[in-house]
Design a protein around this ligand. Sequence first.
Ligand SMILES: [Zn+2]
Ligand SMILES: [Zn+2]
Length: 155
Amino acid sequence: MSVYPSDRLEYRQGYQREYKARFRAKHGMSSSAAQRKANSVTAAKHRETEKRRYVAYGRRNRMQLRDEVFEAYGGFVCACCGESGRHFLSLDHIFNNGAEEKRRGFRGGATLHRRLKQQGFPKGYQVLCYNCNCGKRVNGGICPHIEVLDEGDWQ
Ligand SMILES: [Zn+2]
Ligand SMILES: [Zn+2]
């Protein structure tokens, strides 16, 4: 049911016809085509914004999780040398079972952080800087800051 009286309807249809003709002359396409085009551009922009928001949200979440995990394992300071630059720090498997856990399908980073939180931050991890982490690995499980075990071929 139209809200327009029939005489008005005829007037309205006439006006619309004129409007459409004017629009087509000016824009080289029908108003509905222009509308569709504008919609798809708007939709693409919207998707882009949403994607960026989603990515930013994920990053914020991961950083928050990382903070939580590091706090639980003694804060942003290397357990060996005291390095406190957070970009130098990583989580270390105290018992050197990192390789084994990787084989079993556990991954580092956000995946590990999530798992540790889920498990209530189990023992067996510590915060180490990359130097100490790496030094420990090539020195047979103990950071050379503490004791040099392997004087062999250092790369
Ligand atoms: Zn260190
Ligand atoms: Zn060290």
